[in-house]
Ligand binder design. Structure first.
Ligand SMILES: NC(=O)C1=CN([C@@H]2O[C@H](COP(=O)(O)OP(=O)(O)OC[C@H]3O[C@@H](n4cnc5c(N)ncnc54)[C@H](O)[C@@H]3O)[C@@H](O)[C@H]2O)C=CC1
Ligand SMILES: Nc1nc(O)c(N)c(N[C@@H]2O[C@H](COP(=O)(O)O)[C@@H](O)[C@H]2O)n1
Length: 220
């Protein structure tokens, strides 16, 4: 499975504000690029922090891209995936509507009543890891469902974990022309942080998009 991490960050490396409110960093061309990347992916993943902060839908905006997928005998929208150790995804989250299949990765310690509630809301539950979702164990379950390309949109905790586990193949970052600031505002890779063996990236491409820059890296 190919794992492509995509995110938009401010010129100072923030994914959102210190209040964890979603902020518009991308411009129209970058949002269209994100839509195209979603359309070329079999599943789109976020962490539950993003679900709680943004209530994202993670579907395709462009009807022509939906039609093209149907013509390839694929569902109109890629599947949606949430890394959610304690099964905190609200049952009325937009990600759980019937627009697309939604997988929720939980840990063994997730409360049984929350798991039942999410299953009743239509989610497909995958259990991996004791206290926290073990991504290396969970991703093969998507592969068995036919997911060949997984796009990861964030946030910073999930992105850090994917790099820490050596699971990311590619990183695409749109760097917008906003300054957000705040030592507690989410960055591209949060988590515990690396102190040695920093993941190495190879810069493959640089492109001006909207009023910003798109950087494409391969993970070495
Ligand atoms: N600008 C952009 O492109 C994007 C920005 N965001 C922003 O990011 C913020 C949310 O990011 P975070 O708070 O970092 O949350 P996150 O979305 O990375 O979710 C982290 C949570 O996921 C759960 N989780 C389960 N297994 C995990 C694992 N193995 N590794 C890491 N997390 C795991 C944990 O409960 C953890 O607290 C929001 O403010 C949102 O607006 C989110 C996506 C894209
Ligand atoms: N690529 C990108 N650019 C921005 O400027 C953003 N604020 C985000 N945010 C993420 O996009 C997702 C929302 O998806 P839906 O529109 O609801 O489908 C969510 O993951 C946001 O955090 N992304």
């Amino acid at each position: 499975m190919r794992v492509v991490v995509n995110a938009a960050m401010s010129a100072d490396g923030k994914l959102s504000s210190k209040r964890r409110d979603q902020i518009t960093i991308s411009g129209p061309d970058d949002f269209d690029r994100v839509d195209a990347l979603r359309a070329g992916s079999d599943a789109v993943m976020v962490g539950v922090g993003t679900v709680l902060a943004d209530d994202p839908h993670l579907t395709l905006d462009d009807p022509e891209r939906q039609t093209a997928r149907r013509e390839r005998d694929e569902p109109a929208h890629p599947a949606r995936v949430v890394a959610d150790s304690r099964a905190r995804t609200p049952t009325d989250a937009r990600i759980l509507d019937d627009a697309a299949t939604t997988y929720v990765f939980v840990a063994e310690s997730a409360p049984a009543e929350r798991i039942e509630a999410l299953e009743a809301a239509g989610a497909r539950l995958v259990t991996a890891g004791e206290e926290r979702v073990d991504l290396a164990s969970a991703l093969p379950s998507l592969e068995r469902e036919g997911v060949e390309q997984l796009m990861v949109e964030g946030g910073g905790e999930l992105i850090f974990s994917l790099f820490e586990a050596g699971l990311a193949d590619e990183l695409r970052v749109f760097v917008g022309s906003k300054l957000v600031g705040g030592r507690d505002a989410p960055t591209l890779a949060d988590g515990e942080g690396f102190v040695a063996e920093f993941p190495e990236l190879e810069l493959d491409d640089v492109e001006r998009v909207d009023d910003g820059v798109l950087l494409r890296y391969a993970v070495v």
